[in-house]
Design a protein around this ligand. Sequence first.
Ligand SMILES: NC(=O)c1ccc[n+]([C@@H]2O[C@H](COP(=O)([O-])OP(=O)(O)OC[C@H]3O[C@@H](n4cnc5c(N)ncnc54)[C@H](OP(=O)(O)O)[C@@H]3O)[C@@H](O)[C@H]2O)c1
Length: 175
Amino acid sequence: MHIAIISATGMIGKPVTHELRKAGFSIRIIARDVDAARRLFPDIEIAAGDLRTTASLVGPLQGIDTAYLNLSIRQTEKPADFHTEEQGIVNLIEAAKQAGVRRIAYLSSIVMRYQDMDGFSWWVFAIKQKAVRLLKASGIPYTIFYPSCFMESLNTTQRVGRFVLQIDLLCVRAI
Ligand SMILES: NC(=O)c1ccc[n+]([C@@H]2O[C@H](COP(=O)([O-])OP(=O)(O)OC[C@H]3O[C@@H](n4cnc5c(N)ncnc54)[C@H](OP(=O)(O)O)[C@@H]3O)[C@@H](O)[C@H]2O)c1
């Protein structure tokens, strides 16, 4: 299977790319910063592509069986900005159709399912829910992952000194 990874330079994308390669898959990284991607993965094929435009993705997706996405909404993003998990996914779906990609795999999050529960609402979760709806309506077979927490986060966003922030699903419900 030939997999295109869009987001191999990201926190979760890096280890996922290494593991997919170790597992023996043929990989092409599609990155907006080709040099940065090459520094991380000197032995993997890398193509330039940006989720902001469909046209930049069609060529790099040629011959690909599965496009794999580890996208995020960064803390600096505002609701009216471009979001990779919104317009970026629309562009990716269109490019995937043009290139004949057979499956899209997308890393989502279990926590976003608590949107609208007990009055809780966050625009970030609304976008993540929309991403799932877009993929399901795309007509392209899909695989969507709903993880809770990755170990990679423990030393970054979840660690403050000797404390680790752990929000489990029961706590989110109670809040
Ligand atoms: N951390 C956790 O414990 C956890 C738990 C559950 C779910 N998740 C999910 O994991 C997902 C991934 O998170 P992450 O922290 O790995 O994200 P991240 O580090 O912010 O990585 C985002 C990736 O998207 C790429 N990207 C951004 N804009 C792009 C564009 N216009 N075109 C093409 N690529 C673009 C980035 O490339 P550049 O290097 O060029 O910026 C980067 O590789 C999140 O959606 C989150 O919901 C995480």
